[in-house]
Design a protein around this ligand. Sequence first.
Ligand code: ATP
Length: 189
Amino acid sequence: MIEKRLGLFGGTFDPPHLGHVAALSAAWASGRFDSLLVTVAREPYFKTAQRAVSPSELRMQMAHVAFDSLDGVTVSDMEIRRHGATYTIDTVRELASSTCQVELLIGADTAESLSTWHEADQLAELVTVGIFPRRGSPPEVSAPWRAHVFDMEPVDLSSTALRDEDRAGRDISALLPPGVIALWRASQR
Ligand code: ATP
């Protein structure tokens, strides 16, 4: 019998922003979960191949500040403690059991690439998928994934856009959860 329904929200969080907060709030409001787990990827291999990602310790600190106060949410360092490339299938294998059903929580942009993930077929057997709408990306995945879409207005924010704005000298503090900007600015000095 399933005793725990867990929503797993993994990411790079470089930096965490109000789009992530809105997504976690919509997931919790859906009533589908007993708890939500945020995991910070130590080595998001598809991103580190393209650009320098901030140190995992900083991203972990920012995730705590951003998400610790949200209902139902726990921030975990389990992907930081693992060495090598971060694969979601490894995280799910640690968490899923006969009594714990894991739902993978992803934005619609991520849904597009889900089938290219490491051991995607095995992952599709272990999890259901909850998709957050994001503008410009269809909130869909095809079989064998079992998916549904959360009821929320898309929030037009991404870490990439925020890093770009910040580099251009614009003030991004209002788009980050309280407290994140201080850590982010200190890291950019
Ligand atoms: P980047 O722009 O650097 O790729 P990101 O803003 O997409 O970053 P990530 O840390 O890579 O943030 O994302 C973690 C998860 O959060 C992913 O599944 C992503 O699709 C989702 N996500 C990010 N921003 C939003 C948003 N505005 N609304 C809903 N989901 C989001």
